[in-house]
Design a protein around this ligand. Structure first.
Ligand code: PEP
Length: 251
């Protein structure tokens, strides 16, 4: 089964309103062709990004969402709020959320379930710290993150999930994982889905790689058997880099 490649740009806490408008105007030139292209601006830029891209194939998604549906949670953003501005997908479990905001597996599984229960698709991030890899714990750790975060979803729900494998030591460091490290982890993740949900699902589920994907390495990474595209941080803030990465995904 051929899986459609996906390239998602995570803008993180970058881009003022005006800067985001300029970048989006450039992004309109991207030819998505056979690739799903998404961008995740900050909350303050979502509404405008959705209207600016209303005629484009590029989907606007959120970087995070709160786990409760509504109520007295000062400063948080709900699923319903995202949907009300035309956002129907969200990134959950980015390593920066795990690390700086103490989001643990329990919190992340609740976020994943809240999103999916409310028909919002998710890109669920997993990844190990360098120290865990050096101790040889990386497979076990990723398995735990996936089982705890996602495996309470049923067979229908899991179809709305994309996984992003992002080794923490490769994020924003300019250091990419070796191709064999990427492929073996993606294959391992796919096998977890196979064991839990069967081969139809495991063949469909898209697994992105994230960690210093740039125009000069994207094509090689995207050609790996179990890599279905990328979650892009730094290079998504620059039109020509992001465009080149989308082109690489088109092959
Ligand atoms: C990310 O934050 O998801 C990421 C992959 O960042 P970068 O591409 O900058 O390493």
């Amino acid at each position: 089964m051929k899986r459609k490649k996906l390239v998602a740009g995570n803008w993180k806490m970058n881009m003022t309103y005006d800067e985001s408008v300029s970048l989006i105007e450039e992004l309109k030139q991207i030819s998505t062709n056979d690739v799903d292209v998404k961008i995740a601006p900050s909350f303050t830029n979502l509404n405008n990004a959705v209207s600016l891209l209303s005629l484009s194939e590029i989907e606007v998604i959120a970087q995070d969402v709160y786990l409760e549906e509504r109520g007295a949670f000062t400063g948080e953003i709900s699923i319903e709020m995202l949907k009300s501005v035309g956002v129907n997908s969200v990134i959950i479990g980015h390593s920066e959320r795990r690390k700086y905001f103490n989001e643990n597996d329990f919190i992340l599984s609740k976020k994943a379930k809240t999103a999916i229960d409310n028909s919002v698709n998710i890109i669920f991030c997993v990844g190990e710290e360098l120290s865990e890899r050096e101790k040889g714990n990386h497979f076990k750790l990723i398995k735990n993150q996936i089982i705890c975060g996602l495996f309470s979803l049923d067979t229908e729900q899991i179809k709305n999930v994309v996984v992003a494998y992002e080794p923490v030591w490769a994020i924003g460091t300019g250091k990419t994982a070796e191709n064999y490290q990427i492929q073996e982890m993606h294959e391992y993740i796919r096998k977890l889905f196979d064991d839990k949900y069967g081969s139809d699902i495991s063949r469909q589920i898209r697994i992105l790689y994230g960690g210093s994907v740039k125009p000069n390495n994207a094509e090689e990474i995207f050609s790996l058997k179990d890599v279905d595209g990328g979650l892009i941080g730094g290079a998504s803030l620059n039109f020509s880099d992001f465009n080149a990465i989308v082109r690489a995904a088109n092959g």
